[in-house]
Design a protein around this ligand. Structure first.
Ligand code: 5GP
Ligand code: ZN
Length: 114
């Protein structure tokens, strides 16, 4: 989608520190990390948010989840644990309107989140 920040990262128009990539998805380091490990897993195809997940794109979204164990292992957080978050909409404090899953680890996270 034109003018979408994460679509531009997918197209390599904006640089990102990529930790995993295949034809359908991309995992890259968050520019403003909230934990020693903080990456974003996104579908390459633009989806606005969790509100737009449906049977039409469930395979793609499922593929992101199926890759999380592999990514966690690569980032060496699989044994110590981690958290996956998707902020949705205004109250969820979503700032980039392209579906993404934060993966945070390598520190003891607090609960509940703010
Ligand atoms: P949200 O606030 O929508 O849940 O998450 C958006 C995330 O994207 C934020 O954690 C923010 O730090 C990250 N972010 C914003 N702009 C960029 C960028 O240009 N590059 C990278 N790698 N991350 C970004
Ligand atoms: Zn996009």
């Amino acid at each position: 989608m034109k003018d979408c920040l994460f679509c531009k990262i997918v197209k390599k128009e904006i640089p990102a520190d990529i930790v995993y990539e295949n034809e359908n998805l991309l995992v890259f380091k968050d520019i403003n990390p909230q934990a020693p490990v903080h990456v974003l897993a996104i579908p390459k195809r633009h989806i606005d948010s969790l509100n737009h997940v449906s049977t039409e794109n469930q395979v793609l979204v499922g593929e992101i989840f199926s890759k999380i164990p592999e990514v966690a292992k690569k980032l060496e957080i699989d044994m110590t644990g981690y958290r996956v978050i998707s902020n949705c909409g205004e109250d969820g404090l979503q700032t980039v309107p392209h579906l993404h899953f934060h993966i945070l680890g390598k520190r003891k996270l607090r609960w509940p989140p703010g």
